[in-house]
Design a protein around this ligand. Structure first.
Ligand code: AMP
Length: 217
């Protein structure tokens, strides 16, 4: 299965990717996670991407992002089992870059799932999102509160708000999405790859729709 999850910040791409990857036993490729990991590890690329771009809600330049994805998709696990892309591509040049990478690997994309989400739901989800600093598990102050306030149910790590989930940065990410990523909806529609689901629903409701458009149970 070679799948792209497309949608605004807060659409729930990460949550769907997680359950889909468990079901299809495919690697979950999140460029956002790659940038956050690189920053946590203190690499030069990680620091630069944070300080200049994602820390402010801006996109990391296409050539850097495409290069990271090229390296990742060339690894054996992706060659063998496919992938679920979460947060990539985010621009038309990235989509073109991906087409090239996939073509060079002798593969093709199966489907692009557009997770349509209302602005109201996006703001509510991102404002309440909390993430475990240790294992990366996601929570929400209202929709998915941890058993103990501020503590991860899974590993006991401390929960925090993503630095780019502050109100000002969220608004910037949404502007960037509209200007640079939303055009991918018609781009992939034109390639007959697009399927749309309503992502205002909770994770399970969206998952059922995704399985339906993929034609699996
Ligand atoms: P995400 O976790 O997908 O919301 O990504 C967090 C941040 O990482 C984004 O706001 C961007 O700054 C950066 N990022 C993630 N994926 C991409 C991408 N495909 N292209 C450029 N920047 C990206």
């Amino acid at each position: 299965m070679r799948l792209i999850l497309l949608g605004p910040p807060g659409a729930g791409k990460g949550s769907q990717a997680k359950v889909l990857c468990e079901k299809f036993k495919t690697p979950h490729i999140s460029t956002g996670d790659m940038f956050r990991d690189a920053y946590k590890k203190g690499s030069e690329l990680g620091r630069m991407a944070h300080d200049r771009y994602w820390g402010h809600g801006a996109l990391v330049p296409d050539d850097i992002t495409i290069g990271l994805v090229r390296d990742r998709l060339s690894q054996n696990d992706c060659r063998e089992a496919g992938f679920v892309l979460d947060g990539f591509p985010r621009t038309v040049p990235q989509a073109e870059g991906l087409e090239k990478i996939v073509g060079e690997l002798g593969q093709r994309l199966d489907r692009v799932i557009y997770m349509k989400t209302s602005q109201e739901v996006i703001l509510q989800r991102l404002g309440g999102r909390r993430v475990c600093k240790v294992c990366g598990a996601n929570y929400h102050t209202i929709n998915m509160a941890p058993r103990v306030d501020g503590v991860c149910d899974t590993c006991g790590g401390a929960l925090h708000q993503r630095p780019d989930d502050t109100e000002e940065t969220i608004l910037n990410r949404l502007r960037v999405y509209e200007a640079q990523t939303a055009p991918l909806v018609s781009y992939y529609n034109g390639k007959n790859l697009l399927a749309t689901v309503n992502s205002d629903t909770p994770v399970q409701g969206t998952y059922v729709q995704v399985l339906k458009v993929l034609g699996v149970q």
